[in-house]
Design a protein around this ligand. Structure first.
Ligand code: SAH
Ligand code: SF4
Length: 363
């Protein structure tokens, strides 16, 4: 049993079955999520017999590191994990700001300082092995669907990097569900992972520091809105007319752009939170000023902003990335029409840090 798969009530009842006093659950929870222990031996406040029982019954690392790569500027680390069933998943660490700022941070520093923009340490993690959605430009989509990750397998990716950062007195500041898989296609496990990491007696990672990115599954967007979570939501849009979007993203046959946008309006109404639209800029395909104008007119009135990212080229798709100049024109056109836009230059291109790319190259 993977220990990160347990929620607190289940851990409590497991320890009760083992005839352990109730406070042991709290000690283990704090060891896992506050001290970031990753083996039973580290739980030195527990009796040896209990540590042995933990060793017999729990695993702490649900995957092995198959390969990792650092970008040439060392700001980005991408890790490919192999699950016991042979499936491969990826998780990426991106360091923003001056790396020299971060080691000064100590555990005693206030959260706001530790997690300030200057010292951002963003994790991009996976929710599924492969993906069923088949977006043609996406390396994960090109791999196809393998399986859902359990909540613990999602949590473990965060813990892996949190433990690594801790060695340098650094902390994770943001978690984005933009690795492999479609989080809303694995809704329950994704939310359970968020809840576990959010627990104020445990890792205490604020809801607003998570971002879920979805291909646009309408019922789940509405469900998410109804739950009024504080988690950020990003929608992968990439095209503004249905034919073009269906060509790139087969899911659009089922959920048309207007249905997705209606669900987005519902989300904003329910949560009062701004929504993000993701736009992979493909040279000559979806990066013209005409398309930017059309996009702006569709989004007008919605509390949103557009995150445009030049396409990361993949083996199975022959589109090219938009250059900086065209990207800037796209941004200006949107902004003149009243829609805020940021251009995010892709990180770690030199290590194939686009989603699914490392798994594709190693399977
Ligand atoms: N399945 C979710 C989250 C994982 S993909 C989703 O699709 O939103 C994370 C983001 O990367 C999405 O916006 C996706 O459209 C984008 N993406 C996938 N492949 C890409 C590529 N080759 N270049 C640029 N962005 C890409
Ligand atoms: Fe799946 Fe997202 Fe890739 Fe589409 S872009 S195939 S939804 S991971």
């Amino acid at each position: 049993m993977l220990i990160y798969d347990l929620d607190y009530p289940t851990l409590t009842s497991t320890l009760k079955e083992w005839n352990e006093p109730a406070y042991r659950a709290k000690q283990i929870w704090q060891g896992l999520y506050q001290h970031l222990y990753n083996s039973p031996e580290q739980f030195t406040t527990l009796p040896k017999s209990l540590r042995e029982k933990m060793t017999e019954n729990f695993t702490f690392m649900p995957f092995s590191v198959k390969v990792y790569q650092d970008s040439s500027d060392k700001s980005t680390r991408k890790t490919l994990f192999e699950l016991p069933d042979g499936n491969l998943i990826e998780a990426v660490l991106m360091r923003y700001g001056d790396p020299a700022d971060n080691p000064q941070i100590t555990a005693a520093a206030p959260q706001s300082m530790m997690r300030g923009a200057k010292n951002r340490r963003t994790l991009c993690i996976s929710t599924q092995a492969g993906c069923a959605m088949g977006c043609v430009f996406c390396a994960t989509g090109q791999l196809g669907y393998k399986r859902n990750l359990s909540s613990g397998e999602i949590v473990a990716q965060v813990m892996y990097y949190a433990q690594m950062l801790k060695e340098h007195n650094e902390v994770v500041s943001n978690v984005v569900f933009m690795g492999m898989g479609e989080p809303f296609h694995n809704y329950d496990n994704t939310m359970a992972a968020i809840d576990r990491l959010n627990d104020s007696d445990g890792y205490n990672f604020g809801a607003r520091r998570f971002t879920i990115s979805t291909v646009g599954l309408v019922p789940q967007i509405r469900r998410f809105a109804d739950e009024k979570r504080q988690v950020n939501l990003a929608i992968s849009l990439h095209a503004i007319d249905d034919d073009a979007r269906t060509e790139m993203m087969p899911v659009n046959k089922r959920y048309k752009i207007d249905d997705v946008l209606e669900a987005c309006e519902y989300y904003v109404a329910m949560t009062s939170r701004r929504i993000t639209f993701e736009w992979a800029l493909i040279n000559g395909v979806n990066d013209t000023p005409e398309i930017a104008k059309k996009l702006a007119s569709k989004l007008r009135g919605l509390m949103c902003h557009v995150n445009a990212i030049p396409l990361n080229p993949t083996a199975g798709f022959d589109g090219k990335a938009t250059d900086r100049q065209r990207a800037d024109v796209f941004k200006e056109t949107l902004e003149q029409a009243g829609i805020p836009c940021t251009i995010r230059m892709r990180r770690g291109i030199d290590i194939n840090a686009g989603c699914g790319q490392l798994a594709g190259a190693n399977s």
